[in-house]
Design a protein around this ligand. Structure first.
Ligand code: ZN
Length: 134
């Protein structure tokens, strides 16, 4: 079951410049930073109430984020729903005819299990499911 929006993923060219914007211009609190090697990104998390803002900077030209930036420039990259059962949620989407990017969840940032639905079958919104690891 979907519990709430967990975070918005935002693709940026430069993490440090972007952190400065979120801290100084918006007054948000930097909650943490992490490098996710499997996705070739550096991330920084801010809290806006219960919802996080996840900044994503590519660490390699092969990063999916580098490709996104090339195509679209900076901006909202994905929306992530917090779920209690990521495998069940993937099955529900798949059964409804949605194309999955990941058939099997992997370990994302903040010690969560995550998987993505393909934006071609989600009306243009790259959609992530994330589940707290127990
Ligand atoms: Zn995310």
């Amino acid at each position: 079951m979907i519990q709430q929006i967990d975070h918005l993923g935002i693709a940026v060219h430069n993490l440090e410049d972007s952190i400065e914007y979120y801290e100084k211009a918006l007054g948000l609190h930097l909650h943490g930073r992490e490098e996710v090697e499997s996705q070739k990104v550096r991330t920084a998390f801010f809290e806006a109430g219960d919802v996080h803002i996840e900044l994503l900077e590519p660490t390699s030209p092969e990063s999916p984020i580098a490709k996104f930036l090339e195509k679209n420039g900076e901006g909202i990259h994905h929306i992530a729903f917090r779920v209690d059962d990521v495998v069940g949620q993937l099955k529900q989407a798949s059964d409804a005819g949605v194309r999955l990017i990941h058939e099997v969840p992997f370990e994302g940032a903040a010690n969560k299990l995550v998987a993505f639905l393909h934006p071609k079958s989600t009306r243009g919104v790259l959609t992530e499911f994330c589940q707290e690891k127990k």
